[in-house]
Ligand binder design. Sequence first.
Ligand code: PMP
Length: 356
Amino acid sequence: MMDAGRPKILDNVCQFVGQTPMIRLNRIPQSMGIECEVLAKCELFSAGGSHKDRIAIRMIEDAEKAGLLKEGSTIIEPTSGNTGIGVAMVAAVKGYKCILVMPEKMSAEKMDTMHALGATIIRTPNVPFGSAESHICVAERLHKETPNSYILDQYDNPANPKVHYDETAEEVLDQCDGRLDMIVIGAGTGGVITGIGRKMKEKLPGCLVVGVDPEGSIMAEPPSINENPGKFWEIEGIGHDFVPGVLDRTVVDKWVKIKDVDSLQMARRVISEEGILVGGSSGSAVMGAMKAIKEVGLGAGKRVVIIIPDSIRNYMTKFLSDQWMLERDFFPTTELQKQYSTWWDLPISILDNSKK
Ligand code: PMP
């Protein structure tokens, strides 16, 4: 099928960013007794592999227009990986040098991809964001030491939510013909939830905006639901120990907290039961959607969209490995879980973490 919005021949790979497919989930919601329609907005099918390609292009083009980036400039960016991949991809196409600063927690696969794209990568320890060794502080230090360098600053750059407001949200509205009751989105910088949330408040105020935050992070509201703040979580790209400047929590109607075990088991289920090769935070978003649908009581005839950020490519040696899952106790372990497990086929009642 031809894509009406894309030229037949693309000038470069950056033109294959955006216009991602919307795919119905046909098994998982149904297995949990959910009757509403659940759709996945699959940002993994973007040239660099995630929704962060969109912000990489926008932040770089804005900086070029403002005269902050020119031939010979070095782009520096702190990243959990996907922004780094997007930035390195755009930098490769446009000929910029690129230094990416990424915490140790993030996967080797992301580092190898950024390296292959020609970027220099600095790894930082998994420390609180205010620490001098954090990826954000190290990026600032490198910027001061590197002549003709510029930090795009996805955490505070308004271009981050704006591109999702202008593009991602418009695509969702178009693909749904304006009929949508809930949208579920994991928050890292908060760019995608803020951009889409703002558009929904303007164009479809009846649509519930649901934020997904991993256990250990403190970004959800009310603060009382942020149990075990500071506890390590495995899921990459979502959650922080601070609230990023671009995250506007006033556009989020409801937050759900998700544990690693539930996110990763769900990511494996999406792969094995829906055939969509998603990454770990996509599992958090799908699990978050299942919980939110149950809690709000959305029934037949309603429609829910889940933002699917990236793919298994970033996690081949992590949750794609059965051994890795086993070592961390992420396989179904309780008798009840095993009893229901094809891979895992649990009724929603035992998705309530307090009952585990
Ligand atoms: N999932 C993954 C895998 C990501 O890399 C990111 C970006 N950090 C997110 C979700 C969250 O996106 P955002 O930064 O726009 O909140």
